[in-house]
Design a protein around this ligand. Structure first.
Ligand SMILES: C[S@@+](CC[C@H](N)C(=O)[O-])C[C@H]1O[C@@H](n2cnc3c(N)ncnc32)[C@H](O)[C@@H]1O
Length: 484
């Protein structure tokens, strides 16, 4: 049997042990200190011949705090890479390490092995930490290894995984997580784990999901995860990532709109279309009675804007010809108040309610705990007229096109608007949208051979509407016979 050399243990002066990475954050050593105080130091620290600490930073700190002048230390040769490796290997066995810390440590030890010429680099085109096996040159665990195992060869990642009680695949997932999440984000997640008990740094799935995104998105997800957005706080990093992705998409859309409105400023609109930049309660107050065949709008759904339903109904009651229709998209939560306000404001008859499926799938209504997948399109009619005033219609609309929100975050699909305009107004008639946003309804009306007025109070949305019309003009969309 080979003789095992006893480690050389000496008593080292606590103040003379040299700590290389002395700025690295330390965990709280008070519990460790209390245990050393009671039962003594069970494992000596590891120090090189020249006095550099290799392993046992927390033990050293704990005894320093206990006021010890000397500490038992195993002395090893001054071979820095091997010592660093020994330090990492020892650290890796600590149970309180997070997934992020284990992944980083495993990555560090692989770089050290590579520098020592003991481990093959991943072959070109393979992801270093993909779930396929990467050939190691130092292990005796795989029969396919060509090099014989050296007696003093350091352990492979698979060996280390085995010692930690996990599979090689798990270890490689930790490595990939630590490799793909940017350093500053990982540092902060580790800090949150240490100081706040947050478990994200321990979630392999969460870290891997985060690591799929670029640095900016990772940072903004971390920001939402820590701070929420004022009214809402994500439960986990995955929810924060979703919010960060949505946010980025909205910003990209807004930038696209701004670029378009800059490009298109000063372009003439088609004769049949008037876009007014104003509050409709002022701008349309003098509008001739009975001049419109259809008033069609999508008012804001928030409670403070409910008064706009009274104003719009009042306007429609006057501007519509007898038998003309008022169509308006509505939310569900204050439907009772919407119906009451319209009923009180004007002499309009309730006609029908159409179900409009959400273009972008289900939305969560938090207060009512509802997964909302449709909205009502409410219809009223001014008394008079004839049954020639509208055509047969289905009361569930098709899902509209998904790119509808490129110009306005709350845009309705143009195809839905066109269908309704064709059913509820006659060619050549005037269609008015008092709150037109990016002008989906007025544009659809003109493209369907009607005349249209759209009113919009916000600068941004009015500009976006003009830009949209101008872009369509450039494409020749208004040149067809129907729109002429
Ligand atoms: C739900 S959005 C309309 C979206 C539009 N249907 C589209 O497809 O782009 C409601 C719009 O009403 C506008 N608005 C609110 N109050 C208004 C008012 N008093 N006069 C004119 N526009 C108003 C808002 O600025 C907003 O753009």
């Amino acid at each position: 049997m080979a003789e095992i050399e006893e480690p050389r243990v000496v008593s080292a002066n606590v103040d003379q042990v040299e700590v290389a990475d002395s700025r690295r954050a330390l965990r709280d050593t008070s519990r460790l200190g209390a245990s050393i105080d009671t039962v003594g130091l069970l494992n000596p620290i590891v120090v090189t011949e020249s006095g550099k600490l290799v392993a046992g930073r927390h033990r050293l700190e704990a005894v320093r705090r206990l006021g010890w002048a000397e500490i038992p230390a195993i002395i090893v040769e001054d071979d820095d890479l091997r010592n660093r490796l020994a330090e990492i290997d020892e650290n890796l066995m600590r149970e309180e390490l997070t997934v992020s810390e284990r992944g980083r440590a495993l990555n560090d030890r692989e770089s050290i092995l590579e520098s020592m010429g003991l481990r093959a680099k991943a072959s070109p085109g393979t992801n270093q930490h993909s779930e396929k096996e990467v050939p190691d040159t130092v292990s005796g665990t795989s029969e396919s290894h060509e090099q014989p195992k050296q007696e003093d060869a350091p352990q492979t990642t698979d060996d280390m995984a085995g010692e930690m009680g996990v599979t090689g695949r798990t270890a490689r997932r930790w490595q990939r997580a630590a490799d793909t999440v940017v350093r500053g984000v990982l540092d902060e997640l580790d800090r949150m784990h240490r100081e706040e008990g947050d478990e994200t740094a321990n979630s392999t799935t969460g870290l891997l999901e985060l690591g799929k995104e670029d640095e900016n998105l990772q940072r903004s997800a971390l920001h939402f995860y820590k701070n929420g957005d004022g009214s809402w706080k994500p439960k986990n990093i995955s929810e924060a990532l979703k919010k960060a992705r949505r946010d980025r998409k909205n910003k990209e859309r807004a930038a696209k709109r701004n670029a378009l409105s800059e490009d298109m400023k000063g372009v003439e609109l088609p004769d049949r279309l008037q876009l007014i930049h104003a509050d409709f309660t002022d701008a349309l107050s003098e509008h001739p009675e009975g001049s419109a065949g259809l008033v069609f709008s999508d008012p804001p759904y928030d409670l403070p804007s409910l008064h706009l339903w009274s104003d719009m109904a009042h306007y429609a009651g006057s501007a519509l010809r007898p038998g003309g229709f008022l169509l308006a998209y509505s939310g569900q939560s204050a439907l009772d108040q919407v119906m009451r306000r319209v009923g009180e404001a004007a002499d309009l008859e309730y006609f029908w309610c159409i179900s409009v499926p959400n273009t972008h799938g289900q939305l969560r209504h938090w207060q009512r705990k509802t997964w909302n997948s449709w909205k009502p399109l409410l219809i009223w009619r001014k008394p008079g007229g004839s049954d020639e005033d509208w055509d047969w219609f289905r009361d569930v609309l098709e899902v509209g096109e998904k790119d509808a929100k490129d110009y306005h975050d709350w845009s309705q699909p143009m195809s839905q608007a066109s269908k309704m305009i064709e059913k509820f107004s006659a060619p050549g008639e005037l269609v008015v949208d008092p709150m037109c946003g990016a002008a989906t309804i007025p544009i659809a009306a003109v493209l369907s051979g009607r005349r249209a007025i759209g009113c919009e109070i916000s600068d941004e949305h009015h500009d976006a509407a003009k830009a949209r019309v101008s872009a369509l003009m450039e494409e020749g969309a208004f040149d067809s016979e129907e729109a002429a």
